[in-house]
Each structure stands twice: as structure tokens, then as C-alpha cells.
Design a protein around this ligand. Structure first.
Ligand SMILES: Nc1ncnc2c1ncn2[C@@H]1O[C@H](COP(=O)(O)OP(=O)(O)OP(=O)(O)O)[C@@H](O)[C@H]1O
Ligand SMILES: [Mg+2]
Length: 609
């Protein structure tokens, strides 16, 4: 092996730059973070040829004084931390003092800046970290960085850059989280002279998310919960059941104001949605966690996208609980007609007139975005397609005109808002049979109604049980001989924690032996007490649930699976369902009734154009 020797500085700088700056999007990320750290109210990003020719980031932040202009390009030079301990208390997005150094090592950089207390600005021009010019400049407050010829001296890196469309989309991917994180700031993204996205100030995360991702805000739920003991704040913006994506491309996670990627957090939030969404589709959400700075470590990776959280398990459970709670309590009925009609739309989903049309990507690599459209950047949003995120090719006939589709959609939206209409339709509908011992079919004058018999029974049982719990009069079924249920270690531990809460919802239980619990009574409403108890105890999260949540879980098994309902029973079920306060979703957020209008059916059979 050759002798060990120290590498020359220019090689070291290229290696270091390689860790931080992988592609144009990494530059955009670092410069946007600096702008945000500088307290900017407005951040404008401009790119040419996907950042390969130019990346410019302009802000109106605190600026850099002439005396610091050279320093900012030195390795490990930062104004954000001073001591080793600061790393663990860092509140800014940057702190390593290597971004500008790395960028300047592999590109041609022009920095122009002016602080509030300087009458004039200053500019400095570097190429491969060599200073070419340093002079006064007539610029306004704030900072502009222009990066040209990225990787000019590292041809291997340059060669591996992907197509302009891919690189532009990467840039959009890094731009978006900051836009979502700071609804109170203005953001603009321009590509090759065209405005892709321009966001004014917004009052809430929900409004910002709707505007940035081109979603209807009525389909977003915003909620916040504070856990004083854990010093944890969970702020959620959750897409409801009507927003489904083929990919997880609209899921954002922020911890202490930092966009992060966390498989665990993503897993728990996605799991919460599994209660209401079928497999194969993904929800839209943005999760903001705030916890004491000393409980997180952001210094895991140079790009700072990974973090470590102290006592993460507990935090994940609280998060999941919050998500489930929000989704179960606020989720509206599924707008089914919309999905059927959207399959038949000229290659584009229906949209309201006046709203900018979402454009598919030029390359079709990811179906949801455009990089090159002449219109403000919009993301194709909430229209679920059966596969591949697009309508099947054979169905791309112009069955609906654009106006018809928009009209249909509006009609359906109005219909969904008026659950009352659905109630009266169901009231007058006639039972015509059942499908696969799962769905009850009712015919009305203008539609076919499908009731999910299990979901409906769960809703009925849950509301009755809740009423009984609220009045302290849970109807109890006492058992002559106790029902014994063998449990595993985890379930026994769960039972020990939960036995008092179980008592409140009507289950009287004792320990029979080391691994068996005896049930002496149960809520009379529950047909399958054993299944209900098992369902509650097997779920680790149930330990942190309140009695209402346990009641929801208990109702899960309120009807035997595959039960063949007779006409009278089906009609009775529909009547009971109509008596519920919230008849059209089950306690876990799934729809209980789906209405398919004759109009949709006729269109699907090409009986109407
Ligand atoms: N847009 C800006 N406005 C004001 N000051 C800036 C701006 N960009 C950079 N700076 C200053 O330059 C310094 C160096 O920036 P650089 O991005 O290299 O490091 P950092 O942000 O401190 O840490 P990191 O490498 O983790 O990003 C910053 O600490 C900050 O003082
Ligand atoms: Mg920085």
C-alpha cells in the first residue's frame, strides 16, 4: 500500500463539498435555509436550466456586512453557534458553517448584500473559492447569492446530473417544505423566466398548504395539541379521505422548524390513515412537532435531514393518537361520485373553472407536477386514479366536456356538504338485496345506495354506547359463567393498565390466572365481547386512549363478519343508522354509505354524453 499522506486543500474542499452539495437542489436548500435564518420575510429563488446555468436566491433578511463577506466562505465559519454545547441547542437551520464554503468550492459565486445599518452594499465574486472581485455595490437591503456553472471543476458530478425536468423537480421538492413551514413569509420560485410558484403571506399552515399544493382547503384538517408533561406540541395539517395519492409525495415532516425525513414518524402517521384509506393509496399531511431542543440531535448528517429524538417511542404514540383522533372526529363522508366520473376525463382530472390547470410533467417521471409550464406551478391534487395516478389510456375519450366535469364536481361537492340530502334519499330508498354478505343495496329514485353493513353497525353501536356512557347507564350483560380469554404477556400488561377504563365502558374483568382474564360482564350492545376485548388489548396504542377511543375500538366487532342479512334486518339497520348523529362515517372514519347516482352510471355506460 502507498505511504499515507495529507491530501492537498483543494482535494479536501472538493470532498467536503461533495457531502453537502450533491446537485442544484442542495444549493437551493442551503441558500433558502440561510435566508430563513437571516429572518427574511420574502425569499425569491430563480433558476435557469434547472440550476445548471444559474441558481439565484434573493432575500430581505438581515444581510451580511462588508467585513464578513470573506468570512462566510471560510470553512466552519458561522454566526449561528459558538461553543460545542450549542450544537445540542441549535435553533437555526444552519450551524455547521460549511454550506457557502462548499458551494463556492465547486462553482462561480456572486454574493451581494447590504445590512440595515449600512448605507451601501457590498459584493464579492469567487470562482472555485478563489476571490476574483470584492467591491461596493448598489443593492437594496438583504442578500442575493448567484451561483453559476455548478460543478465546473468536478466534471464527474456534473455528468451525473439528471435531465432538466428531474433536477427542477428536485428543486421544487426542497423548496416546498420551507414554503409550508413558514406561512407568514412570501416565497417565489421562477424557472427559465417563468413563475412556477408565488405565495403571498398566509394566516395558517392549512391555507399555505392548500395554496402551495393546489388543494381545496376544505379537504384539510388543521389541529394542534400540547402535551405539557412531555413539553411537546403537535401541530397537524391532515388531508382527509378525499385526498389520496399514489405516492407519498405530499407528506411533510417538521421537527422544531426543520424539514426532516423520518421513517418512524412517517410510518405512524400513515398507519393512522390505514383506518380509513385502502391499501395502495397514500394520504397527504404535514406534521409539525415541537419539543425541547435538548431532546433532539440534528447533527447526524451534513444535510441535517435526519434527526434523533429522545424518548421517541412515547412521542410517536402521542402523535399517532393525535392523528387518529383528528381523522376519526373530523373526517367527512367520501365523495364517491367524484371518483367514478374522474376516470373518464380527457387525460386530465376535472377542476373548477378559473383555477389554474394542473399540468402533468413534461417527462411524465412523476405524474404530479410540471416544471416547465408557463402558468404558476400547480400540483395535480386530489383526484385519485385507479392506477399509475393517471386515467387509463383507453379511457381518455372526451366523455365529459371540461365544463360538464366541473359542473358535476360542483354538484357532488354540494351534495357531500348536504348530508341531509343523503339522509332523505336513504329514508325513501328500497332494499333490493345484499352483495357478498358485505354490502346492502338500496335503490332510490335517482341512485344506488350501498351500505357497508359492518361499518354501519359499528356506527350505530358506538353512538348507543356513547350515549349510555354519557348518562352513566351502560346496559350490562352479566355472564353466568365468566368468559375466559387467554392473553399473551403484552396483552396482560395492557389489561392491567386498562382494566379501570374497561370497567367504565361496561366490561368487568378480573385476572383468572397468570395468562387468562375473566370477563364477568360486558356492554349488552356488543355481540362479540371476546373479540372486542382482544381488539382493545392487542393494540399497544390503546394504552394511551381515553374511554371514548376504547368504546370506538370495542364497537369494531359489533357484527359477525360475513353475516347474511335478511331484508327486515337490513331495513332496520338503515333506520337505526338514520337515527345516528353522524350516520355516514363509522367510528373509525370509514364511510358507511356510498351513493352512486344514475347519472354517473349512465355516463359510465356511455348512455349519456
Ligand atoms: N442570506 C444570508 N443572510 C445573512 N447572512 C447569511 C446569509 N447566508 C449566509 N449568511 C452568513 O454566512 C454564514 C455562513 O453560511 P453557511 O451557510 O456557510 O453556514 P451556516 O448557515 O452557518 O451553517 P450550515 O453550513 O449548517 O448551513 C452564516 O452563518 C451567516 O452568518
Ligand atoms: Mg447555512
Amino acid at each position: 500500500m502507498a505511504k499515507v499522506h495529507q491530501l492537498p486543500p483543494e482535494v479536501i474542499s472538493k470532498i467536503a463539498a461533495g457531502e453537502v452539495i450533491e446537485r442544484p437542489a442542495s444549493v437551493v436548500k442551503e441558500l433558502m435555509e440561510n435566508s430563513v435564518d437571516a429572518g427574511a420575510e420574502r425569499v425569491e429563488v430563480e433558476i435557469k436550466s434547472a440550476g445548471k446555468e444559474l441558481i439565484s436566491v434573493r432575500d430581505d433578511g438581515c444581510g451580511i456586512g462588508p467585513e464578513d463577506m470573506d468570512n462566510v466562505f471560510q470553512r466552519h465559519s458561522t454566526s449561528k453557534i459558538a461553543k460545542a454545547e450549542d450544537i445540542y441547542m441549535v435553533g437555526s437551520l444552519g450551524f455547521r458553517g460549511e454550506a457557502l464554503y462548499s458551494i463556492a468550492s465547486v462553482s462561480d459565486v456572486l454574493l451581494q448584500s447590504r445590512t440595515r445599518d449600512n448605507d451601501a452594499g457590498w459584493e464579492i465574486h469567487l470562482r472555485g473559492n478563489k476571490r476574483l472581485k470584492s467591491a461596493p455595490a448598489g443593492v437594496s437591503y438583504g442578500t442575493t447569492l448567484e451561483i453559476r456553472e455548478l460543478f465546473f471543476n468536478t466534471p464527474a458530478r456534473r455528468k451525473f446530473l439528471k435531465s432538466d425536468t428531474t433536477e427542477t423537480n428536485e428543486i421544487i421538492d426542497v423548496f416546498m417544505p420551507y414554503a409550508l413551514l413558514y406561512p407568514g413569509k412570501e416565497f417565489k420560485l421562477v424557472s427559465n423566466g417563468k413563475v412556477l410558484l408565488e405565495l403571498e403571506k398566509h394566516d395558517s399552515h392549512r391555507q399555505r398548504m392548500a395554496a402551495a399544493l393546489n388543494l381545496e382547503s376544505k379537504n384539510l384538517i388543521e389541529t394542534e395539541k400540547i402535551f405539557p408533561q412531555e413539553r411537546l406540541n403537535i401541530h397537524l395539517v391532515l388531508g382527509n379521505i378525499n385526498l389520496q395519492r399514489k405516492r407519498r409525495d405530499m407528506q411533510f415532516i417538521f421537527v422544531n422548524g426543520r424539514p426532516v425525513s423520518s421513517k418512524d414518524i412517517s410510518f405512524h402517521v400513515n398507519q393512522a390513515y390505514r383506518l380509513l384509506m385502502p391499501d395502495g393509496v397514500n394520504p397527504i399531511f404535514s406534521v409539525h412537532l415541537r419539543l425541547p431542543q435538548e431532546n433532539i440531535d440534528v447533527n447526524v448528517h451534513p444535510a441535517k435531514r435526519e434527526i434523533r429524538i429522545k424518548d421517541e417511542r412515547n412521542i410517536f404514540l402521542l402523535l399517532r393518537n393525535c392523528c387518529e383522533h383528528a381523522l376519526m372526529n373530523i373526517s367527512p363522508a367520501r365523495q364517491f361520485g367524484q371518483q367514478i366520473s374522474s376516470f373518464h376525463f380527457n387525460g386530465e382530472p376535472p377542476h373548477s373553472p378559473g383555477v389554474n390547470t394542473p399540468h402533468p410533467r413534461a417527462s411524465g417521471e412523476k405524474e404530479d407536477r410540471t416544471a416547465e409550464s408557463g402558468k404558476p406551478y400547480r400540483v395535480r391534487s386530489e383526484f385519485p386514479f385507479p392506477s399509475g395516478g393517471r386515467p387509463p389510456a383507453m379511457e381518455r375519450q372526451n366523455v365529459f366536456s371540461q365544463e360538464e366535469s366541473a359542473m358535476l364536481l360542483r354538484k357532488e361537492e354540494i351534495a357531500a356538504e348536504k348530508n341531509e340530502d343523503l339522509k332523505s334519499t336513504l329514508k325513501s330508498a328500497r332494499f333490493i338485496g345484499s352483495l357478498k354478505k358485505k354490502y346492502l343495496l338500496f335503490e332510490s329514485t335517482a341512485s344506488l345506495l350501498l351500505i357497508d353493513q359492518h361499518a354501519a353497525q359499528e356506527r350505530i353501536t358506538y353512538e348507543k354506547l356513547s350515549r349510555q356512557m354519557a348518562t352513566g347507564k351502560v346496559e350490562i350483560q352479566n355472564l353466568l359463567a365468566p368468559l375466559t380469554i387467554r392473553l399473551n404477556k403484552k396483552e396482560i400488561l395492557a389489561w392491567e393498565i386498562l382494566k379501570e377504563k374497561l370497567e367504565k365502558i361496561g366490561f368487568s374483568t378480573t385476572l383468572f390466572d397468570k395468562e387468562t382474564v375473566a370477563v364477568h360482564s360486558h356492554p349488552a350492545l356488543l355481540a362479540q365481547p371476546e373479540a372486542a376485548v382482544r381488539d382493545i388489548l392487542c393494540d399497544e396504542e390503546s394504552k394511551i386512549y381515553d374511554t371514548d377511543m376504547l368504546a370506538r375500538r370495542a364497537c369494531r366487532q359489533s357484527l359477525m363478519t360475513g353475516y347474511d342479512m335478511k331484508a327486515q334486518e337490513a331495513e332496520y339497520l338503515a333506520e337505526e343508522l338514520l337515527k345516528c348523529a353522524d350516520p355516514f362515517t363509522c367510528p373509525h372514519g370509514r364511510p358507511t354509505v356510498v351513493e352512486i347516482t344514475m347519472l354517473s352510471l349512465d355516463k359510465n355506460f356511455f348512455r349519456r354524453l
